[in-house]
Design a protein. Structure first.
Length: 119
């Protein structure tokens, strides 16, 4: 069984910083790609940042402020968020496209961590 667990969310003032972490654990054979998504109240879930062996991409609204990184040896994913804005307020989800020990490839999701930015 595979599990993704996020941590690091919280309440911060505008202009502040937070660092989100995600740990993938369980019967994992390999991880192809990982990403951070977010969903604000009343809005659709959107991709924030994505990292693969081929590169990294960000949604335009976070470019220059957020940095995604990955520790392959520890199956960890990070999102450093600087210069936070109230519009960054959302539940942030970790996602992994991975192959489990059974050989099956699929997407897995964490339970989400709340980020609230006050003005």
């Amino acid at each position: 069984q595979v599990q993704l667990v996020e941590s690091g969310g919280g309440l911060v003032q505008a202009g502040g910083s937070l660092r989100l972490s995600c740990t993938a654990s369980g019967s994992i054979f390999s991880i192809n790609a990982m990403g951070w998504y977010r969903q604000a109240p009343g809005k659709q879930r959107e991709l924030v940042a994505h990292i693969t062996s081929g590169g990294i991409n960000y949604v335009d609204s976070v470019k220059g402020r957020f940095t995604i990184s990955r520790d392959n040896a520890k199956n960890k994913l990070y999102l450093q968020m600087n210069s936070l804005k109230p519009e960054d307020t959302a539940v942030y989800y970790c996602e992994a496209d991975l192959v489990s020990a059974t050989g099956r490839e699929r997407d897995y999701w964490g339970q989400g961590t709340q980020v609230t930015v006050s003005s």
